[in-house]
Design a protein around this ligand. Structure first.
Ligand code: ING
Length: 309
């Protein structure tokens, strides 16, 4: 039994005028509570340092740069790294990453894994939902394709916290390929953050389906790859727009072992035995014995469906 006590730190709405220092203060409080509860790792949401700015259309993309980090740790975020070292707790943090490459600025929706105050892993969001241009008739925008490039780091895993860890971000959790690429590297725990608007601007759907699809995606991904999944929401009302909560810790059996109750800053904690997945990987999901890759070619050869004649 390889027990790891983990917290998902749900973060309530971050308003546009909230400073990074104020936000980091909220994150430090959650980190200290997680450490006080004996956690070895705390998972913060996607884009955790600012309001979910892809809801705004900005003609000049560079005017969104105030929402990006050009250095991490930076002056406002260093207290998180210092606390990680002082408290002996690792953390996952999602943020908007601005990388200067020569005369080019590159922008990613990024997440890092930190232990002992040091960055041990980085991931850049691959599945960018929404659109790149202004939708005048939409109640709000979802412009991740405008502000971010597709991630260029693939889906890596790292040996950490006594197991094999992977990351993904928000919309990634809806795509089975995300979990399977990590599963093919022996992942034992996937940590992720999300900002999921309650209303879908592209098509009307019953409100209850938002939470159903969120849970379904996590539970299916966890079970079908025999891995733990820890998902932390940024949620509640931000600048008039509502984001769903539902932060959850899901076991390799697909069961939700902990879930948030509210829509504010909230810690959910679980003792995760990393060996729960080991048994599943020896039997039902022994990839080596059961997978037949000779029949899976279309998965990487084809992007969109081709209909029969
Ligand atoms: N947000 C949403 C998500 O994937 C979305 C966007 C919601 C896409 C519902 C499709 C359906 O949870 C982010 N940030 O990806």
């Amino acid at each position: 039994m390889r027990k790891l006590r983990v917290a998902a730190a749900q973060v309530g709405g971050i308003q546009p005028d909230e400073t990074r220092t104020e936000v980091v203060g909220r994150l430090l409080d959650l980190m200290e509570r997680a450490a006080g509860a004996g956690c070895r790792l705390v998972v913060f949401p996607e884009l955790t340092l600012t309001t979910f700015f892809p809801r705004y259309f900005l003609e000049d993309i560079s005017s969104a740069d105030t929402y990006f980090e050009t250095a991490l740790p930076g002056p406002e975020t260093r207290p998180l790294f210092d606390a990680s070292r002082r408290l002996g707790i690792g953390f996952h943090l999602g943020y908007a990453e601005l990388v200067r490459e020569g005369d080019r600025n590159r922008r990613f929706n990024t997440a890092i894994l930190v232990d002992g105050g040091e960055i041990i892993g980085k991931y850049r969001k691959v599945h960018l939902p929404g659109h790149a241009d202004h939708l005048p008739e939409a109640p709000f925008q979802h412009l991740e394709k405008r502000y971010f490039e597709v991630g260029d780091l693939g889906f890596p895993v790292w040996k950490a916290f006594g197991g094999v860890f992977g990351m993904c971000i928000c919309n990634d959790r809806r795509w089975p390929e995300t979990y399977r690429v990590l599963g093919l590297q022996g992942v034992e725990m996937i940590v992720l953050g999300y900002n999921t608007p309650e209303v879908n601007i592209h098509h009307r759907e019953p409100a209850h389906l938002r939470m159903f699809h969120h849970r379904l995606s996590l539970q299916a991904g966890a079970y079908q790859n025999a891995t733990w999944v820890v998902a932390a929401a940024k949620c509640g009302v931000e600048d008039g727009s509502r984001l769903i909560a539902g932060s959850a810790i899901v076991s390799p059996n697909g069961e939700i072992v902990a879930e948030s109750a509210g829509e504010g800053d909230e810690l959910i904690v679980a003792d995760c035995d990393l060996d729960v997945g080991t048994d599943l990987k020896r039997h039902v999901f022994d990839f080596a014995r059961h997978r037949r890759t000779e029949h899976y070619g279309l998965i990487t050869e084809r992007t969109a469906p081709v209909l029969p004649d």
